[in-house]
Ligand binder design. Sequence first.
Ligand code: MN
Ligand code: MN
Length: 266
Amino acid sequence: MNGRIALIGIPLDVNSSYLRGPAKGPFALVEALHCESANLWTETGHDLSGVLDHRGIVDLGDADQAFGRIEEAARKAGESGSAPIFLGGDHSITYPLAKGLKAAVGDFAILHFDAHPDCYHEFEGNPHSHACPFARIMEERLCERLVSVGIRTANGHQREQRAKFGIQWLEMKDRANWPTLSFDTPVYLSVDLDVLDPAFAPGLSHHEPGGMTTREVLDVIHAVDAPVIGADMVELNPDRDRDSVTAMAGAKILREIAGMMLLHCP
Ligand code: MN
Ligand code: MN
């Protein structure tokens, strides 16, 4: 890792199941990141001024080209030597992102934050729904280990999928007894902002009460004990946001992810 963080927008929301809107997420996140109400220092003590490399928005082409374009963008980002943070978009983008990044950087674990397990075999007939990325990732063995944090909506099918694929869940109902995580491979972070309680993050399509505080998410990210080689932040729906509260929460988490990338930078 060359000490630079690449920010890459993926404005895709055609695989959302309930509402459109996350395609506008990348723009709202970048705007919040540079809002003059905050600075670009991280709690890890890193100044992100001059470190962030804004690479704009990926041209997704036609609907049937989008996943190929996303995979290609992830591979190129990985090969560039910078640590990429991909700004979604709905959660369907994590499958092509993982595929492209694995081709460039090799093995990694995925630390996934979400109210939802997103491991349906298919959802509403769409195997590439935003409810399915981790089924595709596990089928193709694109990660060494998957840990999903903040889960609170698992149905019978998704519980079967967890057992089938060996996914580790840190469920909200067990919040008081979560183990400390330790990784023996580099880590990719996939942050669905609906992991946050709707009180902290109204700007999301799926409001699922009983979620994490912004501080709790930051604490889990700060505790990662391995290099963070890439990340995505997905599902921000600016149409549902109030006074940019959710975008600012996302920007805060983005800064700390960048700080962790720099903390373990060789
Ligand atoms: Mn998700
Ligand atoms: Mn979700």
